[in-house]
Write a protein that binds this ligand. Structure first.
Ligand code: SF4
Length: 322
């Protein structure tokens, strides 16, 4: 069937200091029901912007083109009111820093239950449902925790509260932006297990944004590698990470030995990420690419299917050795 979410040729132009910048350039990917799509890239790659476009959280003044098909609806052209409705109910959002995203002067119970109260659920029922949600995300003794404030909880527990808040509306999709970056390694693993569990047991689809390839290798079914506001490579997670078809992915994987065991021939990534407001001509990766040829400096490579289900935006994708 049709994917749950389909982003098609998404373009976002932001007003910049001098002129404007196309920070997203024809970005396309899908999220299938009950599966996890991962957006990978360095900062400035456009991964967060791509995710936030879906729920209407773009910077003021942003101009957009393309399509964001959510089931049978185009969210890119939907009214702001409709998008606010979708966000929270049909699509839950988890941000990187729960302390910044949660309200410090409201109890967690009140925050998790907000969407339920707004939907008209009676108070006693909201409380019972919030206790259930806190339990579901692995918060021990929910009765002891429902009336505390965010600062009284550990970082990992706060992230669980965020996840409970995202789940309260019973979304079909959760967008998680670097959900474990602010956490220690042990807690990271627990939160990732929880997210994978929600997908496997309850069929919640996930759009996971992360710069961390280990996270992707663990959780994502499909990955979308972004560079300078464009999709560099896309395909099944394991295949892309183990046998990259783009020199950028290969360089990223090289820095994470746990992901790729066959990266001995890859060179580590050098130089700074491209500035999407001042993108190099041709392939934006060419100043950092060990395989760059003359053609790369002038011709923008199109994303093309290089193997069944594998897409790469490199002129020489077939020559990338993994
Ligand atoms: Fe490197 Fe050229 Fe491929 Fe870009 S198109 S990744 S510069 S080889």
């Amino acid at each position: 069937g049709a994917p749950l979410l389909q982003v098609e040729d998404l373009e976002v132009v932001l007003p910049a200091g001098a002129g404007t910048g196309t920070v997203l350039d024809r970005v396309s990917f899908v999220v299938d029901a009950g599966s996890t799509t991962g957006l990978i890239g360095e900062s400035g790659s456009g991964k967060t912007m791509s995710a936030m476009s879906i729920v209407g959280l773009l910077p003021p003044g942003a101009e957009t083109a393309g399509r964001i098909a959510w089931k049978s609806e185009d969210l890119l052209t939907a009214a702001a009111r409709r998008i606010r409705q979708v966000r929270g109910r049909e699509i839950g959002v988890i941000f990187q820093d729960p302390l910044a995203a949660l309200n410090p002067i409201e109890t967690i119970g009140k925050q998790v239950g907000e969407i339920l109260r707004r939907g008209g659920m009676p108070r006693q029922q909201v409380r019972a449902r919030v206790l259930e949600l806190l339990d579901r995300v692995g918060i021990p003794e929910p009765e002891q925790r429902i009336d505390v404030y965010p600062h009284e909880l550990s970082g990992g527990m706060r992230q669980r509260v965020m996840i409970a808040t995202a789940l309260a509306g019973e979304p079909q999709l959760i967008i998680a932006d670097e959900p474990t970056t602010a956490l220690d390694v042990t807690t990271q693993a627990r939160i990732l297990r929880l997210l994978a569990d929600l997908r496997d047991r309850e069929g919640v689809a996930m759009l996971l944004v992360s710069h961390d390839l280990r996270v992707m290798a663990h959780v994502a079914d499909v990955v979308v590698v972004m560079y300078a506001g464009r999709v560099a490579e896309r395909g099944p997670a394991r295949e892309v990470l183990e046998h990259p078809r783009h020199p950028y992915t290969r360089a990223l994987a090289h820095n994470v030995p746990a992901v790729s065991t066959k990266s001995a021939i890859a060179e580590p990534l050098q130089g700074a990420p491209a500035n999407p407001f001042d993108r190099p001509a041709g392939c934006a990766f060419h100043p950092r690419c060990p395989m760059a040829q003359d053609r790369c400096r002038t011709d923008v490579p199109v994303l093309r299917e290089v193997e069944p289900g594998r897409f790469s935006a490199c002129h020489f994708a077939e020559r990338v050795e993994s």
